[in-house]
Design a protein around this ligand. Structure first.
Ligand code: F6P
Length: 345
């Protein structure tokens, strides 16, 4: 293994450059160490005590499994010895304060899509890092443009880290023998325009008119407005969809819809949409709610949901254009109510 291409070595160069980047590097290395442990637990699956069986519900009422609880404890413990002022996890109601004088705050989904483990489908850990502001809570309620780094680990046939730092996206693969992430792609960019879309089409009757019209055009293929045939994919695991889009281009949509509980979308702004949007943009793609750029949105609550449309920039722009002039159906996620401002300011 080339010593210079390990995650450790790649991040090492930041230590000399800039104090905030050096702090980021320390946090990312701690997350990577925890991800290596989680990767082994996931790979052992039913052979290990920590299984994907139900254990309760989390702060937001989602089903929680034993492995969700394990992953949460693992990543939160990893944040204790690095310069982190507070960590907001999907699994807890509010941010947990750690070292109040530290320069960074971390939002994390320790194990996204854990229900997929029963089916041996890729799952992941998603994280967002931002500089601590005046106080912890208001830091998390800043727009996503305030993030200084973000990324996700994907536990699949390979364990990978997709990392957005210093305005660039790199991909690392876990070398299981050396227990070290190794650089496989740097200055990575998304194919700009691919005819592949992903959406949970079973919700069609609940969508707004703009999303329905866009998907109808994709289904119509060469005979429709876009004049091209599209291919459809739906894995039901955000990191797997995001990784496929990074590799092949295309578009992913999880819009707001009329179902109770989905009027602001399904995915969470702080530890799903914001970090994925940073990765998409720094890789040359785009992420939008249909009506606003995801990175310009602020959360009003720690577990704020948001519609997420992400992928190749031309396709995301097409969906945005279809929302223009379409009346919002609801007063929440389908409307630009919380763009740029949170109710706390
Ligand atoms: O947020 C959890 C999650 O599993 C995401 O990883 C995924 O994109 C989405 O939910 C799947 O939603 P649905 O159950 O509608 O397919």
């Amino acid at each position: 293994m080339d010593e210079r291409s390990t995650l450790h070595a790649c991040l090492g160069r930041y230590s000399a450059e800039h104090a905030l980047l050096a702090a980021n590097a320390a946090v990312i290395l701690a997350l990577a160490k925890a991800a290596i442990v989680l990767s082994d637990v996931i790979a052992a699956g039913p052979l290990m005590e920590v299984s994907a069986r139900d254990s309760g519900v989390n702060a937001d009422g989602d089903k929680q499994t034993k492995i969700d609880v394990f992953a949460d404890a693992l990543f939160c413990a990893a944040m204790r010895n690095v310069p982190v002022a507070a960590v907001l996890s999907e699994e807890s109601d509010l941010p947990v304060e750690l070292d109040s004088g530290a320069p960074l705050c971390v939002a994390i989904d320790p194990l996204d899509g854990s229900a997929n483990l029963d089916n041996n489908i890729s799952v992941g850990t998603i994280f967002s890092i931002r500089p601590r502001g005046r106080d912890v809570l208001s830091t998390f309620f800043e727009p996503g443009t305030g993030q200084c780094a973000a990324g996700f680990f994907i536990y699949g046939p390979q364990t990978l880290l997709v990392l957005a730092i210093d305005k660039s996206v790199a991909i690392y693969a876990l070398d299981r023998q050396e227990k070290e992430f190794v650089l496989i792609r740097q200055a990575f960019s998304i194919p700009p325009d691919t005819t592949e879309y992903a959406i949970n089409a079973s919700n069609r009757r609940h969508w707004n008119g703009a999303v329905r019209a866009y998907v109808d055009d994709c289904v119509a293929g060469v005979t429709g407005e876009r004049g091209r045939d599209f291919n459809m994919r739906w894995i039901g695991s955000l990191v797997a969809e995001a990784y496929r889009i990074l590799m092949r281009g295309g578009i992913f949509l999880y819009p707001a819809d009329m179902r109770p509980g989905y009027r602001e979308g399904r995915l969470r702004l702080l530890y799903e949409a914001h970090p994925i949007a940073l990765i998409m943009e720094w890789a040359g793609g785009a992420a939008s709610s249909g009506r606003a750029r995801i990175l310009e949105l602020s959360a009003r609550t720690p577990h704020q949901r948001v519609p997420l449309i992400m992928g190749s920039s031309r396709l995301v722009r097409d969906v945005d254009a279809m929302h223009e002039g379409v009346e919002p159906l609801f007063e929440a996620g389908d409307a630009p109510l919380f763009a740029r401002r949170g109710l706390f300011r």
